[in-house]
Design a protein around this ligand. Structure first.
Ligand SMILES: [Zn+2]
Length: 233
């Protein structure tokens, strides 16, 4: 076997090992596992968001309670004032009414906001429970999926190791310069070697000028001008 034939033989093993690696990366079991992992992450983010919202609402409630206490005190003071200094005129009375109305409006507004917060808290707690329940199911599904993928993973890894050992063994007999070229071409054309078929490159189907054909047929190492592959007879 000449060097190019040896390299071709190496490529056969190399392609097989690469295919096994690609199949492993594209395994439906693996994809399912990654999907479940992403879903779990999403859920965790959602629960965190709910916790943050809850903390912000509790802060707001504390503020609102202080506002209510303050308004109640103001109302009490207002009541004392009206009792000790009764209105002397219609204008005085009107002022009192307006002042009281403003205090009551303020209280009502705080009250409405407190109700809204309680309502949204109920809704949030409901969603929180739903997500938690779902999270337990998802975690179980993830664990099962991981277990079954682990079996597949071990089998595939073993196979890849075996195939790679064959590639490594074949590599030992190769001219390092030729192998370096092979790896360089592989960066942009896979597989990096192509047979000459009907005077064409079987990698990209382009024909060769007769001068190049002569080179190839003489067993010299030639690269396809179009796809860059190393051509072998
Ligand atoms: Zn080509």
């Amino acid at each position: 076997m000449n060097q190019l034939e040896q390299l071709w033989d190496y490529q056969l093993a190399d392609v097989e090992a690469d295919n096994a690696r690609r199949e492993m990366a594209q395994s439906p079991q693996r994809k399912k596992l990654l999907q479940l992992r992403d879903l779990i992450k999403e859920q965790q983010n959602f629960l965190q968001m709910i916790d943050d919202e809850r903390a912000a609402m509790l802060d707001r409630l504390t503020v609102l309670k202080e506002v209510v206490t303050m308004s109640e005190n103001q109302l009490q003071q207002f009541h004392d004032k009206v009792t000790s200094v009764p209105a002397q005129s219609v204008e005085d009375a009107q002022n009192y009414v307006e002042e009281m109305q403003a205090l009551i409006d303020g209280l009502n507004e705080s009250d409405r906001e407190i109700r809204r917060i309680h309502q949204s808290a109920e809704e949030r707690d409901r969603r929180h429970r739903e997500v938690l329940l779902n999270a337990v199911k998802l975690k179980t599904e993830f664990d099962e999926q991981r277990e079954s993928y682990n079996v597949e993973y071990r089998e595939r890894s073993k196979k890849i190791k075996e195939l790679q050992a064959i590639v490594d063994a074949k590599e030992k007999d190769l001219d390092p310069k030729l192998l370096a070229k092979y790896n360089h071409v592989k960066e942009h054309a896979v597989p990096p070697m192509a047979r000459l078929v009907d005077d064409r490159c079987s990698g990209c189907n382009m024909t060769f000028p007769s001068s190049v054909l002569r080179e190839i047929k003489a067993g010299h190492e030639v690269e396809c001008e179009t796809c860059g592959r190393m051509i072998i007879l």
